[in-house]
Design a binder for this molecule. Sequence first.
Ligand code: DAK
Length: 264
Amino acid sequence: MSEEEKIVQYKQVGKNNNIVLITFHRHKDLNAFNSQMLEEFEEVLLKIKQENDIRCVIITSEGKSFVAGADLKWMSTLNEENYNDLIAKGQVVFELIESLPVPVIAAVNGYALGGGMELSLACDIRIASSKAVFGQPEVTLGLAPGWGGTVRLPLISGLGVAKDLILTGRKISADEALKLNIVSAVYPPEELLDKALELAETIASNAPIAVREAKKVFTSTFQEKVKEGYRKEQDAAKPCFASSDLKEGIDALFNRRKPEFKDN
Ligand code: DAK
């Protein structure tokens, strides 16, 4: 497959060519994560991990969606026997972001829902377009978050806000995400990428050893908490994948109707 055909594309940018810009190209499905996208993303992150000259990474997408979560068409093919393939891969890839030696900025251009919001939470810094929409709508589909949302969101926004967002499944605007400390700044859509680059250049101009060591302290301090949260999310997934409510939730979403959950 040529580079242009890939879902996850990347290039080196910036004054000294030492910033990596990763963009997702699965517009037709609003950049929802399927297994190919997760594989490609992992491959790119592993390449970056081995590079010594990179100083910062930016993750973004074009269009109206950053990442609309896990691919629900793919998810609806899973059950309590094989759901672990999905959960494990997403967890591993998002942990890889935290284990990169350089800072990662999420430039959230549009929908960041479910796994898409969790991706942004795994990044070191989040900035957003004024058109971005955040949310952890898993419970509205019959699921509990599975890619670190229950552990990273409370660390970032505080437990009360995390419980509000995860238990209601409500979507919030970029401005509300700013008020809730989920993002550091909100910009007009046409300025987002330039602002992300500006931020990346600031980081790239700082002492590389000091930046790497600072990030390493954050990662190692919270690593055990994240791993423990991941294990608990895996346990929480089992009854959800065994339930008929999950099928109902996904079917209702695709058919644009209200789900009728039966608690089984
Ligand atoms: N998966 C697959 N396709 C999706 C998608 C998704 N998450 N989101 C959107 N699409 C597709 C739509 O089906 C539609 O495809 P076509 O019908 O054109 O073929 C196309 O993208 C455009 O979507 P819409 O027509 O719906 O566009 P609208 O502008 O009307 O609405 C929307 C945009 C983002 C509000 C809406 O598409 C939407 O609500 N999408 C679902 C978003 C969502 O609920 N995301 C969270 C997914 S849950 C776990 C592991 C992982 C996870 C959880 C647990 N363990 C195993 C425990 C992760 C969970 C999630 O991420």
